[in-house]
Design a protein around this ligand. Structure first.
Ligand code: ARG
Length: 471
């Protein structure tokens, strides 16, 4: 029964040109209300700006405009109170609102759609939504950066091993590690802000695709909706979804950054590393292994990146090869963006809260900072500075020392002076002063390096650069 054609029940949107209504499955594939209901506030905002412009340009009367705006306010209220009856047969949020407006205020409602089409309407609504989503994303990143900067401040002198290839490389301070993420997220904010600037052109008034014969004022609508200018080409205005793609691209890079941090938290919380302890409120136990304490929150942040990358792919593939101007394929644009936005906002929040409650095992990190001959570079640097040995040769000599220490199962600083002199006769006891993790760190004073003094300075800069305003 369900899939039978509904005969004689023509659609209220395009009604008169058709003899019969849509089949049930057509309604199923055509309806987007379940997804685009999230655009209701933007739709009402856009409709009010359009209405006020129509009145200002004497296309509709002042009284009609007032009636329309009042009706739209009532509808907004109904939706927010959960009293609005969304109807699938009315296809989308635009038609649901317009049809309710007709019920509420009668004839003036039929004038609202003068000089516009759902094509420019949906592009405008969606842009307004994505613009807010960009602002929320920026705020979310800001909040996470603030937490990272505070953690960095607490750990400007916390010694740990720095890694390359996940092998111990050189000693660093944990504060420096956190500040690396502050920079990554800073670039994400920069990309979001760029995307927002490019997004900020108003499609409304492009109508179906070719513009309109009414004497409308597109600049007024654009200004009233907070856009910088009206979109310059009516075809492009209705068929552009770059702003959504850019949001997803920005979000994908951000999600990738979050997975890197999540991955480190996961590795660091393993008993082999034992560097970090995530609070119980962000861990889970196992139903079979009573001893387990799993970093589920971090794993979910890592896993959910897949949804965001997927959303970018979904929209790219939906848009690929579409001829100008509007095509119905574009109705598929919202779901991936909404899902990605929800995911990103949640992941940012979870990551921040998880980090706030995390504690670090400083003793363990410091002990590890000595492993893996992490001060070998300091050994070689000493040969260069004190004995005037060219770096490549110093590297070779240090390699010999590492080989010997490895054979003896000890650190470089445990080799005796005579053992060291058997490799390079010029070495004297001063070399031992550079062979500790603390000294290695203290010496790395180059701009952006890991010396605590340097990290403190960069930290102050990061506060100013990233935390004084949210773009
Ligand atoms: N629900 C549609 C969407 O989201 C609105 C635009 C419909 N336009 C049209 N010509 N059928 O894309």
């Amino acid at each position: 029964m369900k899939n039978k054609r509904k005969v004689g029940n023509t659609n209220i949107i395009w009604g008169s040109r058709f003899y019969s209504g849509s089949s049930h499955v057509m309604e199923q594939i055509n309806s987007s209300i379940g997804v685009d209901m999230r655009l209701y506030a933007q739709d009402i905002l856009g409709s009010k700006a359009h209405t006020n412009m129509l009145a200002a340009c004497n296309i509709i009367s002042e009284e009609d405009a007032i009636a329309i705006c009042k009706g739209l306010d009532l509808i907004e209220n109904e939706i927010e109170e959960g009293q609005f009856n969304f109807k699938s047969e009315l296809e989308d949020i635009h038609m649901n609102i317009e049809s309710r407006l007709l019920e509420l205020i009668g004839e003036p409602a039929q004038k609202l759609h003068t000089a516009r089409s759902r094509n420019d309407q949906v592009a405008t609504d969606f842009k307004l939504w994505v613009r807010d989503a960009i602002d929320r994303l920026n705020q979310g990143i800001f909040d996470l950066q603030e937490i990272l900067i505070n953690q960095a401040e607490e750990h400007v002198s916390t010694v740990m091993p720095g890694f390359t290839h996940l092998q111990i490389a050189q000693p660093i301070v944990l504060g420096q590690h956190f500040l690396a993420y502050v920079e990554m997220f800073g670039r994400d904010r920069g990309r979001a802000t760029d995307a927002r600037k490019r997004l900020n052109e108003c499609p409304l008034g492009a109508a179906a695709l070719a513009g309109t014969s009414f004497c409308i004022d597109r600049k007024m609508v654009s200004r009233n909706l907070g856009f910088d200018r009206p979109a310059a080409n009516s075809l492009d205005a209705v068929s552009d979804r770059d702003f959504a793609l850019e949001y997803l691209a920005v979000g994908s890079i951000l999600a990738m950054h979050l997975t890197r941090l999540a991955e480190e938290i996961i590795i660091w919380s393993s008993s082999q590393f034992n560097y970090i302890r995530i609070s119980e409120s962000f861990s889970t136990g196992s139903s079979i292994m009573p001893q387990k304490r799993n970093p589920d929150a971090a794993e979910l942040v890592r896993g959910k990146a897949g949804r965001v990358f997927g959303a970018l792919n979904t929209l790219l593939v939906s848009m690929k090869g579409l001829p100008l101007a509007y095509c119905k394929d574009m109705q598929e644009d919202k779901e991936p963006v909404f899902d990605a936005a929800d995911t990103l906002e949640l992941c940012l929040l979870v990551m921040g809260e998880m980090l706030k409650g995390a504690t670090f095992n400083k003793d363990r990190m410091k002990a590890d900072a000595r492993l893996g001959f992490s001060v070998a570079t300091d050994f070689a640097d000493w040969l260069v500075t004190e004995l005037d040995i060219p770096f490549r040769r110093a590297h070779h000599i240090t390699g010999e020392a590492v080989k010997l220490a490895e054979k003896k199962g000890c650190g470089l600083d445990n080799l005796s002076l005579s053992e060291l002199q058997s490799i390079e006769p010029g070495i004297d006891k001063r070399i031992y002063t550079v062979l500790s993790a603390e000294k290695s760190i203290e010496n790395r004073i180059s701009y952006g390096g890991t010396a605590s003094k340097e990290v403190k300075k960069r930290l102050g800069e990061a506060r100013k650069r990233y935390l004084l305003s949210v773009d």
